[in-house]
Design a protein around this ligand. Structure first.
Ligand SMILES: [Zn+2]
Length: 196
C-alpha cells in the first residue's frame, strides 16, 4: 500500500514537472498596452480603422495590442510595456508646409512611452495622396510605436519604418504588408520579452 502511494506521488510529481516544462516552452504572447487620448475628435470609424491597421501590423510581428482610452501608464497594474498616444488636432510647434510631420515619439523608458499624432497632418497627407485617413493614421501610429520600441537608429529603407513617406510608398505599404523588417521584429520581441 505504501509503495502504491509512493508511485502515485511520483506520478503526480512527474506530471506537474511536465506541465511546468510545457508552460516554460510555449512562447508567451507578447503584448503592449496602448492608451489613446483623443483631443482631435477623430471620427469613430476613422479611429477604429487606425486601431485595426496598427493591430494587424503588430500582430504580424507577434505582438498583441491592448487598447484603452482612459487612464495613464502610471496606473498600469502589470509590467507590460505601456504607450500613451496623444492624438492632437495639430502640431502647434511647426509651421504648415509641404512636408508634414504626422507624429512624433516624445519620451520612452524601459516600461513606458509617450507619443503624439497630429490629425491635421494625417488628413492633409491622406487628401494629397488619395489614401484613407484611418489607414494612414494607423500607419503613422505603428511607425511612432516602432520608434519607442526599437533601439535607435530605428528607420529602415523599407517597410513601416521608412524615414519619410511619399505617395508611392504610402500606396505600396497600404496595398501590401505594412510591416516591420525581420530584424525589427526580433528587436522588439527581445525588448518586450525582457519585461516579462
Ligand atoms: Zn520616423
Amino acid at each position: 500500500m505504501e509503495r502504491c502511494q509512493w508511485l502515485f506521488a511520483a506520478a503526480a510529481a512527474m506530471s506537474l514537472f511536465s506541465i511546468g516544462e510545457a508552460i516554460a516552452q510555449e512562447p508567451a504572447r507578447l503584448s503592449v498596452r496602448v492608451i489613446i487620448h483623443d483631443s482631435a475628435s477623430v471620427p469613430v470609424d476613422v479611429l477604429e480603422t487606425a486601431r485595426n491597421q496598427t493591430a494587424a501590423t503588430f500582430a504580424r510581428a507577434g505582438i498583441d495590442l491592448n487598447w484603452s482610452s482612459a487612464g495613464n501608464c502610471r496606473s498600469a497594474d502589470d509590467a507590460r510595456f505601456c504607450i500613451q498616444v496623444l492624438l492632437r488636432p495639430r502640431d502647434t510647434q511647426s509651421a504648415p508646409g509641404p512636408r508634414r510631420i504626422m507624429g512624433m515619439a516624445l519620451a520612452a523608458d524601459q516600461l513606458r512611452a509617450v507619443l503624439s499624432l497630429y490629425f491635421d497632418a494625417v488628413t492633409d497627407v491622406a487628401r494629397r495622396y488619395g489614401s484613407p485617413r484611418g489607414e494612414l493614421l494607423g500607419l503613422a501610429l505603428a511607425h511612432e510605436m516602432g520608434h519607442v520600441l526599437l533601439p535607435p537608429p530605428s528607420h529602415s529603407a523599407t517597410g513601416i519604418m521608412q524615414a519619410s513617406w511619399e505617395g508611392d510608398d504610402i500606396r505600396h505599404v497600404l496595398a501590401g504588408d505594412a510591416a516591420f523588417t525581420d530584424a525589427q521584429v526580433l528587436a522588439m520581441q527581445a525588448r518586450l520579452a525582457s519585461r516579462r
